[in-house]
Design a protein around this ligand. Structure first.
Ligand code: FES
Ligand code: FES
Length: 221
């Protein structure tokens, strides 16, 4: 190659590196380099996916046998394999709580845990809370207190509230609990806000969510 001629693939990298220096954006470099390197044959193709596994999950009281990629999260198993789309995917990174479900009675961010880890366990989602036409008391309280606006966070808020109320009844303290000697802390506004802090509401319906939970907890609202 003539010294004056340039390799178009390397030119792409140079432009991208300059952009990185000017903007401080590493993502551009990270996305551009592998493509160039792959084109040059310097990176091996990806490993083949692992073989599927078969597991059994009891979901909302019904046993399901699922054959899936072992990397599948509980959230994707629910939404993509069982069409239970009530549990929402907000961030897929454990930051928003929209995917909260109850596993063996405890609240869990379903986007952060693999389905294969729960083989044989019971999962309750928002779809499994009502008893026929009768809503769960937490669902009723959310309706009565307008504990939602767009509703995207609501299934996670309700499942989280149910798990939180059980934790409180069992005497689990929170970061803001003052008296650790008491059997169970009063669910004041500050206790509820702390205990529900893993569930984000972009509509900011927080006062109404707190009021709904206080009603179920038997606290004055
Ligand atoms: S989708 Fe799971 S925490 Fe946001
Ligand atoms: S009701 Fe809209 S995000 Fe909570």
């Amino acid at each position: 190659m003539d010294e004056q001629e340039s390799d178009p693939e390397l030119d792409k990298i140079e432009v991208t590196r300059r952009t990185v220096i000017e903007t401080g954006t590493t993502a551009l470099l990270l996305t551009a380099l592998p493509h160039a390197a792959l084109a040059a044959g310097s990176i091996e193709d990806k490993e083949p996916p692992p073989p599927p596994v078969t597991i059994g999950l009891r979901i909302n009281g019904q046993l399901h046998s699922l054959t899936l990629d072992p990397r599948t999260t509980v959230l994707d198993a629910l939404r993509e394999h069982l069409e239970l789309t009530g549990s929402k995917k907000g961030c897929d990174h454990g930051q928003c709580g929209a995917c909260t479900v109850l596993i063996e009675g405890r609240r869990v961010n379903s986007c952060l845990t693999l389905a294969v880890m729960h083989d044989g366990q019971s999962i309750t989602t928002i779809e499994g809370l009502a008893d026929g036409e009768t809503l769960h008391p937490v669902q009723t309280a959310f309706v009565e207190h307008d504990g939602f606006q767009c509703g995207y966070c609501t299934s996670g808020q309700i499942c989280s509230a149910i798990g939180m109320l059980a934790e409180s009844r069992q005497g689990m303290p929170s970061y803001v609990t003052q008296d650790l000697m008491r059997a169970a802390a009063d669910l004041t506004d500050v206790e509820i806000r702390e205990r529900m802090s893993g569930n984000i509401c972009r509509c900011a319906a927080y006062p109404n969510i707190v009021a709904a939970i206080k009603q179920v907890a038997g606290m004055p609202t």
